[in-house]
Design a protein around this ligand. Structure first.
Ligand code: CA
Length: 235
């Protein structure tokens, strides 16, 4: 996916740890992310950058998320930007709903990153169809991220979860070479210790599944001492 076509999400949240976590998960899913720690900064950024969606915490210093949402709706430039409000579990959610803040959706903390990404995609699909593209294509490979399905030349390709994440990363950056360490970070996460050669094992499995046991051209290029890339020219 071209970087300019990736949806831009503005996170408005004053808890640094949560911002870091959200950023990590959203970038992994192919979104561009920027963040603001308070309402004023959020309104400035939204006005300057016109993000595709605002993820807005209800509990903010100085100006509440609710007020930020109202002001976004008052400005013609930001009026149509979809807003997902983050609230604490329980009554806050009802309060936000009752106050009719103009948010498009609400999600209560704590939430799973998977649930959040699904909600973001749903809201984006309604607001700007075509933007929340969930199909990745490369050569004769089609990857349906929503259905978690991969097809090559019309044939179903069955991948384990690790191979699926590897392929998704390659398909989001075709032609780019990634070192084993970079792939470990992206696919297994920063905190998990995995031997770099584990990457080779999963690349082998991915190749086997994609190439239908060597019947089809190998699209994964091994770059000696550098890593791997998804490429037309196979080694
Ligand atoms: Ca907060």
């Amino acid at each position: 996916m071209n970087a300019a076509l990736k949806p831009l999400i503005l996170i408005v949240e004053d808890e640094g740890d949560l911002v870091t976590l959200l950023k990590y998960n959203l970038e992994k899913e192919g979104f561009r992310v920027m963040s603001a720690a308070d309402g004023e900064e959020a309104l400035l950024l939204a006005n300057e950058q016109t993000p595709h969606l605002v993820l807005l915490d209800w509990m903010l210093p100085l100006m509440s998320g609710l007020e930020v949402c109202r002001q976004l709706r008052r400005n013609p430039k930001t009026r149509d930007i979809p807003v997902i409000m983050l609230t604490a579990r329980g009554e806050e959610t009802d309060k936000v709903r009752g106050l009719n803040s103009g948010a498009d959706d609400y999600i209560s903390k704590p939430f799973s990153p998977t649930e959040l990404v699904a909600r973001i995609r749903a809201v984006l699909r309604r607001a700007s169809p075509g933007l929340a593209e969930e199909l990745l294509r490369f050569s004769d490979i089609v990857m349906d991220l929503a259905a978690h399905r991969v097809r090559r030349a019309g044939r179903d390709v069955h991948l384990g979860p690790t191979e699926f994440r590897l392929l998704r990363h390659f398909m989001q950056h075709p032609g780019r070479v990634f070192s084993r360490e970079q792939l470990l970070d992206v696919v297994w996460g920063h905190d998990v210790y995995v031997e770099p050669r584990t990457v080779d094992v999963h690349i082998r499995r991915l190749r086997k599944a994609l190439n239908n046991d060597d019947e089809e051209a190998d699209l994964i290029r091994t770059v000696r001492s550098a890593g791997y890339a998804l490429d037309q020219k196979s080694a």
